[in-house]
Design a protein around this ligand. Structure first.
Ligand SMILES: Cc1cc2nc3c(=O)[nH]c(=O)nc-3n(C[C@H](O)[C@H](O)[C@H](O)COP(=O)(O)OP(=O)(O)OC[C@H]3O[C@@H](n4cnc5c(N)ncnc54)[C@H](O)[C@@H]3O)c2cc1C
Length: 403
C-alpha cells in the first residue's frame, strides 16, 4: 500500500495517531470539523502509560514544560475531610514505571501536538459526512462537497463518531445520569487555602469533587460530578454558575466550598457512556479513542487510552504495511481487551466514589484506610497493570518506533 492515511478528528487521539504514523513513515492527514482547535478549557491527568508514549514519540521536553507533577493521589471524606487513602505519585511513578504522572491543561497539550504536526498535517473546517471504500482505499466525504482519498481511514472523531455510525450503524450514546462541572481557577485566587500538590478527590453521597494544579502550578483545575436526571440542553457542554455548584456542595467540607467560591466561569458537561463495541474495524476503516471505546472519566483514562491506541495502531500498520486488514485485526486484538476492561472499571468507580448508604460507606472507607496504613505498597501497586503498560512493547517491539 502507499502511505496516505486519513484521520477524521483532531482531538488528542487523532493528533497523536498522526504523529505516531508520521514517525513510522506514513503520510497522515487529520481532518477536523472545528474552524480552530479550541479544546474545552480544563485540565487532564496523564498517567505514566500515557506520558511514556508521548515521551517515546519525542515530546518529553514539551510535555514537561506544560505539566504539573502531583505528589500523591488522595481521597477524602466529603464532610469531615478525613483522608481515606493517599497513594504516592511523583517520584514513585518515575521509580516504579519509568515515566511521570502529569497534570496538564488540555489546550496546552493540543497546542503541543498540533504544532508538532504542523499545518500540512491538519485541515480545519473539514466536517466528515461519510465515506466509501474505493479501489484499494477509502474516499472520505466532507460537508462542503469535497472528498479525499487515502489508503486507510481512522475514525478518531469522538463519542458521537460519524465514522462509527457509517461503519456499524446508528446507536445513541447513553446518558450516564451524571453531569461534570469543570472550572479552572488562577492559583492566586486560592492562595492561602491549604491545598497540596496532589490529585485530591472528595467522595460524598452521590457526588464527588476533584481538584489538582495544572500549567506548572499556576492554575487549579476542578471537576465536580453530580447526578442529573436528564440532560435537556442540545449541546453537550454549557455554562453553569458558581451558585449552582455551591448549592450542589452545600454541607461539604469548608475547603471544598472555599475552592468553589474562588471559581469564575463554570462549565457543565454531560457524561455519556457506551458499551464496548463488538468490533472496531471494517475493511480499511478503523476507530480510535472515544470513537472506539468512550469511557466515563472516573479512572481518568480516556485520553490516555486514545494515546495508547495511536501507538499500537502505528506499530501494527508499520509491521503489516502491505496487509492493512491484518494490521487492523492485530490492532483491535491487542487493544480491545484492555480498553473494554477500563470502560468497565470506570463505570464501577462511579458507584464506588458515590456510595451513599452508611454501612457500605463505612466498609469502603475502613478497608481503604486499613490498606493505606498497613499495606500501602499493595495499594499503590494495584495500578501497576494500568500505569506500567508500554503499548509499543506490547504491540511489536521490533518496529523501531520506540525511543
Ligand atoms: C469531565 C472529564 C474529565 C476527563 N478527564 C480525563 C483525564 O483526566 N485523563 C484522561 O486520560 N481522560 C480524561 N477524560 C477523557 C478524555 O477527555 C477523552 O477520552 C479524550 O479527549 C478522547 O479523545 P479523542 O481524540 O478520542 O476524542 P475527542 O477529544 O472527542 O476528539 C474528537 C475530535 O473529532 C472532531 N470531530 C467529531 N466529529 C467530526 C466530523 N464529523 N468531522 C471532523 N471532525 C470531527 C471533534 O471536533 C474533536 O476535535 C475526561 C473526560 C471528561 C468528560
Amino acid at each position: 500500500m502507499s502511505r496516505r492515511i486519513l484521520i477524521v478528528g483532531g482531538g488528542i487521539g487523532g493528533l497523536t495517531a498522526a504523529l505516531a504514523l508520521r514517525r513510522a513513515g506514513f503520510e497522515p492527514v487529520v481532518f477536523e470539523q472545528a474552524h480552530a482547535l479550541q479544546p474545552v478549557g480544563a485540565g487532564i491527568q496523564l498517567s505514566p502509560n500515557a506520558t511514556r508514549a508521548l515521551i517515546q514519540l519525542g515530546y518529553g521536553a514539551g510535555l514537561r514544560a506544560i505539566a504539573s507533577s502531583p505528589q500523591a493521589l488522595e481521597a477524602r471524606s466529603w464532610r469531615s475531610g478525613r483522608r481515606i487513602f493517599s497513594t504516592p505519585l511523583g517520584e514513585r511513578c518515575l521509580e516504579a514505571y519509568g515515566a511521570p504522572y502529569y497534570h496538564v491543561h488540555r489546550a496546552d497539550l493540543h497546542a503541543l501536538l498540533s504544532q508538532a504536526l504542523g499545518p500540512e498535517g491538519l485541515r480545519l473546517s473539514a466536517r466528515c459526512t461519510g465515506f466509501a471504500e474505493e479501489g484499494d482505499g477509502v474516499r472520505v466525504e466532507f460537508e462542503d462537497g469535497s472528498s479525499e482519498w487515502g489508503d486507510l481511514l481512522i475514525g478518531a472523531d469522538g463519542i458521537r463518531s460519524i465514522t462509527r455510525t457509517v461503519a456499524f450503524g446508528p446507536e445513541q450514546p447513553r446518558f450516564s445520569g451524571n453531569v461534570a462541572f469543570r472550572a479552572v481557577i488562577p492559583a492566586r485566587s486560592v492562595e492561602g487555602l491549604p491545598l497540596e500538590r496532589n490529585t485530591t478527590a472528595w467522595w460524598g453521597p452521590g457526588k464527588h469533587f476533584v481538584h489538582y494544579f495544572i500549567s506548572g502550578g499556576s492554575q487549579l483545575n476542578c471537576i465536580a460530578v453530580v447526578p442529573s436526571r436528564t440532560w435537556s440542553v442540545e449541546s453537550w457542554s454549557t455554562e453553569g454558575t458558581r451558585e449552582e455548584l455551591l448549592a450542589e456542595f452545600e454541607g461539604w467540607h469548608p475547603l471544598v466550598q472555599a475552592v468553589i467560591r474562588a471559581t469564575g466561569r463554570v462549565f457543565k458537561w454531560a457524561l455519556y457512556d457506551r458499551d464496548p463495541l463488538p468490533r472496531w474495524s471494517l475493511g480499511r476503516v478503523t476507530l480510535l479513542g472515544d470513537a472506539a471505546h468512550p469511557m466515563l472519566p472516573f479512572q481518568a483514562q480516556g485520553a490516555a487510552q486514545a494515546i495508547e491506541d495511536a501507538m499500537v495502531l502505528a506499530s501494527c500498520l508499520s509491521r503489516h504495511a502491505e496487509q492493512p486488514r491484518v494490521a487492523l485485526e492485530a490492532y483491535e486484538r491487542i487493544r480491545k481487551p484492555r480498553t473494554s476492561r477500563i470502560q468497565e472499571i470506570s463505570r464501577h468507580n462511579a458507584q464506588l466514589f458515590h456510595l451513599a448508604r452508611q454501612p457500605r460507606v463505612l466498609l469502603r472507607d475502613t478497608q481503604l484506610r486499613f490498606l493505606n496504613r498497613h499495606r500501602s505498597e499493595k495499594l499503590a501497586r494495584r495500578m501497576d497493570w494500568l500505569f506500567a503498560h508500554d503499548p509499543l512493547a506490547v504491540a511489536e517491539p521490533s518496529t523501531g518506533l520506540g525511543a
